[in-house]
Design a protein around this ligand. Sequence first.
Ligand code: ATP
Ligand code: MG
Length: 409
Amino acid sequence: MATSDQSTSNPPLAIAGKLSTVPDTGKPLKVGIVGMGRVGKRRAGCVQNHPQLELVATCDVDPSLRMPIRGLRVEAYKSGKPVYENNFLESQWTEMLPPKHMEMENVMFAPLVLKGKAVGLIGLANKPGGFNDDDARMAAAFADKAAIALQNSSNIEALRASEARYRSLSHSLEEVVRKKVDELRQAESLAAVGRMVSIVAHEVRNPLQNIMMGVDSMRGVIKGDRGKTEILEEIEYGVSLLNGIIVELLDYSRPLALKYSTCAVRDLVGQTLKTMAHKLERISVQIELEDKNRQVSVDTYRITAVLVNILSNAAEAMPGGGQLKISSEFGESDGVSVLKLSFKDNGCGISEEDMRQIHEPFFTTKTKGTGLGLPVCNKIVEAHNGKLSITSKLNKGTTVEISLPVEKP
Ligand SMILES: Nc1ncnc2c1ncn2[C@@H]1O[C@H](COP(=O)(O)OP(=O)(O)OP(=O)(O)O)[C@@H](O)[C@H]1O
Ligand SMILES: [Mg+2]
């Protein structure tokens, strides 16, 4: 048996038997806790089966026995020197043995001393003929080694624990750095795109304006010539397409400054349908709006642009006509009242591979698309603290769902 001060992280060893059987193998000793107690104000414990110390002698004391630190053990603890009692059965100490403790004719306790402080005890018992001062010196020398072994093992364990801790810390730090670098790269490329877009937009808009002015003055000149008027209309359409692309590019690359106003759901959807009337001619539109007069606080102009983008995609997915269901309801998300809008078409749908890319800027499957529609929609919805999600099945159709806080965040 041995006794240890639990204020050190590692308990000392348990050992019993003849002192002469303890070899100086240099091998570790196996110990573990078998009892707890107090020496004065200090907590102490009995130990056995310590993972870092290999067993060199067995202990006959039942490890589950409650063993308060008292009697002769306290003497060794306090004096810091080995103490022995060869007439144990007749001594005052027998009264302090816990019930069911093995019988002892003689006993010796040697303190494990580290940096001048007893951190545990080795207990030796039943030496034939009893203990003497030589045994006490050997026990003290052995206890010194055991104390150092314990200290080393506790250092190794502490090192292992801190190594594991630093390893996991450095792992999570690596993750954070990688994420931040990615964000920075994206921010840098977005800023570069933004600068480029501003320059291109500026350079392209002036000539476009000149073209439009030219178209206006030509219109006066070619009055009544149908063929030439059609050419002018085509030029006008081309210019409006180019202007639209520039607006999308600017929206995507510049920070958004939202202008909130209140608007009924019915008006949001109504305004969008009005703008889209020509594109929805062949499509049967079904509308189901819950609480349609309820007001929501959004940037009406931007949200209408989002809905126009979504309806354009739906219409483009059903070139030969089809069905579009627009529905809305009010609900709650993360404790916030939200308006949920849903746009369900039965158009061409999106393949699984394309689904992974549709939110990427410039991804398009259309010859005349810029691939900025959805990224701009995402940006506007996110600026409102909302969410946009898309589900689709190839050749079956696509559903776009938007959730927007009812109140300005
Ligand atoms: N309702 C839909 N049905 C089928 N495919 C869709 C639908 N909505 C989006 N997509 C797919 O997502 C791609 C990206 O859409 P996005 O609106 O970002 O760009 P685009 O429509 O191709 O071009 P742009 O909107 O800039 O004119 C589309 O090219 C299309 O493949
Ligand atoms: Mg689009």
